[in-house]
Write a protein that binds this ligand. Structure first.
Ligand SMILES: [Zn+2]
Length: 202
C-alpha cells in the first residue's frame, strides 16, 4: 500500500511541516500558499493557484491538480480547414501563431476522460483569475514532462478532429511556463466527480 507512505518536509517559506504522499512530487503549503516541487530530494518553488467554483453542485467539494501549460505555438503548414485553432489563439482565422494555455489533468484518470476534460478546459480557458486557497491539494500523478507531451497531443488532437482532410501539419511548440491549478470538483454518489467550472463528470 505505497499510497499511504508519507514523508515529512518543511516549507522553505514559512517553516510549516508538510506531509507528502510518497507518490507525489509536488506539495502545496496550506499555511502560506507556496508550492514545492520535489526533485531528487530537493524542494524547488512552483506556482500553485486555484479556481473558484462557477456552478453549484451537491456533494463534498474537493480539489484536483491540473497542469496549466503556457506554450507558444507556431503553425508552419496546415493543409486542412476550420476555425478552432484560431479560437485558441484568440485572434482572427488567419492567425497561425500565438500563446495557448493548455489545461492538463495532473491526477490519475482514465485516458478518455482526461482527454475530454483537457479539451474542454483548453478550448474555453475558464480560469481567468487563479487565486490562493487554504485547501488541500494532493494526488499528483503526472509530472512536467508528461504535461508537455499531453499538451502536444492535445494540439494535434484539436487539429485532427476538426477536419477529416488533414494531410500535413507542421508546427513548433515551446513551453513558457508550467504551473499548477487546483480545480474544484463535487464528489457525487457512486464516486463520480463533477467539475465545478464546466460541469464535466468523470
Ligand atoms: Zn509555507
Amino acid at each position: 500500500m505505497s499510497d499511504f507512505k508519507l514523508v515529512a518536509i518543511k516549507c522553505k517559506t514559512c517553516d510549516s511541516g508538510l506531509v507528502v504522499s510518497l507518490n507525489d512530487n509536488i506539495t502545496y503549503c496550506q499555511s502560506c500558499g507556496s508550492g514545492w516541487e520535489i526533485i531528487d530530494g530537493e524542494t524547488k518553488p512552483i506556482e500553485i493557484n486555484f479556481a473558484s467554483a462557477a456552478i453549484r453542485g451537491d456533494g463534498e467539494m474537493i480539489y484536483k491538480p491540473f497542469w496549466l501549460v503556457t506554450a507558444n505555438v507556431n503553425i508552419h503548414e496546415r493543409e486542412s480547414s476550420g476555425g478552432f485553432l484560431s479560437n485558441l489563439f484568440g485572434g482572427s482565422k488567419e492567425q497561425t501563431s500565438g500563446t495557448i494555455k493548455f489545461y492538463v489533468p495532473a491526477f490519475a484518470c482514465e485516458l478518455e476522460k482526461m482527454k475530454n476534460l483537457a479539451l474542454a478546459f483548453t478550448s474555453s480557458n475558464p480560469v481567468a483569475s487563479p487565486q490562493k486557497f487554504n485547501v488541500k491539494l494532493v494526488g499528483f500523478n503526472y509530472g512536467k514532462e508528461d504535461a508537455k507531451k499531453l499538451s502536444e497531443f492535445l494540439l494535434i488532437t484539436i487539429e485532427a478532429e476538426k477536419s477529416d482532410t488533414m494531410k500535413t501539419f507542421n508546427y513548433d511548440i515551446s513551453y513558457e511556463k508550467l504551473e499548477i491549478l487546483g480545480i474544484p470538483f463535487y464528489r457525487l454518489p457512486n464516486n463520480i466527480l463533477k467539475d465545478a467550472l464546466m460541469g464535466i463528470e468523470i
